[in-house]
Design a protein around this ligand. Structure first.
Ligand code: AQP
Length: 336
């Protein structure tokens, strides 16, 4: 039986943090043996907000190396860079022309980010979900493992598929395959260390709001020491009035590998002074092997380039086939 296909990616817009890791990459790693996986660094998405040309390429490499360091195994998975496969931009254009404008203006992420950018907001930011749909659809992906914040974009992708299949496909012969989101209950929305009601994010101006995968033990210790808590003694999951408490217990559970029941029992009578060193220790211990592996990969000259070259070849072959299928359905003639 052929395996179902998985596609997902992260933008090279800054340091990977625990939200990206626990919400997305950890799930890619744990599920990779069951699927045929494609993981890309979505560098075309990275320029939908103001970016630094001087670091775009090195940030892209860092993220690809972190995929490997977190445990992505090339025996099961292909790693590539989005901009290396030109079919992504081309399919996005074709999908643009069948996507109603109001579907995009309704997207929560667009509304939130557009407010921050004021008059400088680009057409690219509005179009972000269509490019994301192209990323997924080019690979006929069955599943898309993401954090909770991306759910709306996958629903939009499914709407685009339905519309395109309805307009250009035959009932028994759809042009594109509809993907399903794969969102884990635990870790789907890791919150900021400085505000438990906001998601942890690369674009938060304060580095104290997140733990980055490459933070040193001293930095991790300092961030946890200073993170926002509450004055209540006794730590519990799920109290809507204590978002920081729920977030920090969730981080401890996921990083220590303990069950929710065990963490609830262990922490029920604790104060923050007793809990914070435990979380610090769990975070440092969990990230150490990832950091060691990352440095090993970065020191192996030429290795990452070869991984990305192979990835581009494999991804391009599949992506170009899908692109041809869509172009034919839309009535284009293909060059002979
Ligand atoms: N806080 C989070 N909790 C769980 N999952 C998360 N993801 C991102 N943040 C969290 C998931 O990580 C994958 C890549 O997302 P991204 O590249 O968009 O990362 P980001 O940190 O969200 O980036 P930005 O640029 O800082 O965006 P905004 O400003 O939107 O937060 C996705 O699967 C995502 O769900």
């Amino acid at each position: 039986m052929t395996k179902q296909r998985v596609l997902s990616g992260v933008q090279p817009t800054g340091n990977l943090h625990l939200g990206n890791y626990l919400g997305a990459i950890r799930n890619w790693v744990e599920g990779q043996h069951q699927y045929d996986n494609f993981f890309c660094v979505v560098d075309l998405h990275a320029i939908t907000v103001p970016h630094h040309p001087a670091t775009l390429a090195s940030d892209t490499y860092t993220i690809a190396a972190l995929y490997l360091a977190c445990g992505i195994d090339l025996a099961y998975s292909t790693i590539f860079v989005q901009s290396h496969v030109s079919a992504h931009a081309e399919l996005a254009w074709l999908l643009n022309c069948i996507t109603p404008l109001n579907w995009l203006t309704d997207m929560i992420q667009f509304k939130e980010k557009a407010v921050k950018q004021g008059e400088n907001v680009s057409v690219g930011l509005l179009d972000y979900p269509v490019l994301m749909a192209a990323d997924i659809l080019l690979y006929d992906a069955d599943k898309v493992p993401v954090g909770e914040d991306q759910k709306q974009h996958i629903e939009l992708t499914r709407d685009i598929v339905n519309r395109l299949n309805h307009q250009y496909g035959k009932p028994d012969q759809p042009v594109l395959k509809s993907p399903q989101p794969l969102i884990r209950a635990d870790g789907a929305r890791i919150m900021s260390l400085t505000d438990g009601t906001k998601k942890m994010s690369k674009s938060d101006p304060s580095d104290m709001s997140r733990i980055n995968l490459l933070d040193s033990p001293e930095v991790i210790q300092n961030k946890i020491k200073k993170c926002k808590t509450d004055p209540v003694r006794g730590l519990v999951f799920g109290d809507p009035d204590r978002p920081e408490c729920n977030n920090l217990l969730t981080l401890y559970m996921l990083l220590s590998g303990k069950s929710k029941e065990d963490v609830a029992e262990e922490c029920k009578d604790m104060g923050w002074g007793q809990f914070k060193p435990l979380l610090t220790e769990a975070a440092i211990a969990h990230l150490k092997p990832i950091q060691d592996k990352y440095h090993e990969i970065m020191n192996e000259k030429g290795y990452l380039e070869s991984v990305l070259r192979d990835g581009r070849e494999k991804a391009s072959e599949i992506a170009n086939e899908t692109l041809c299928r869509v172009k034919l359905a839309l009535g284009y003639s293909l060059p002979t």
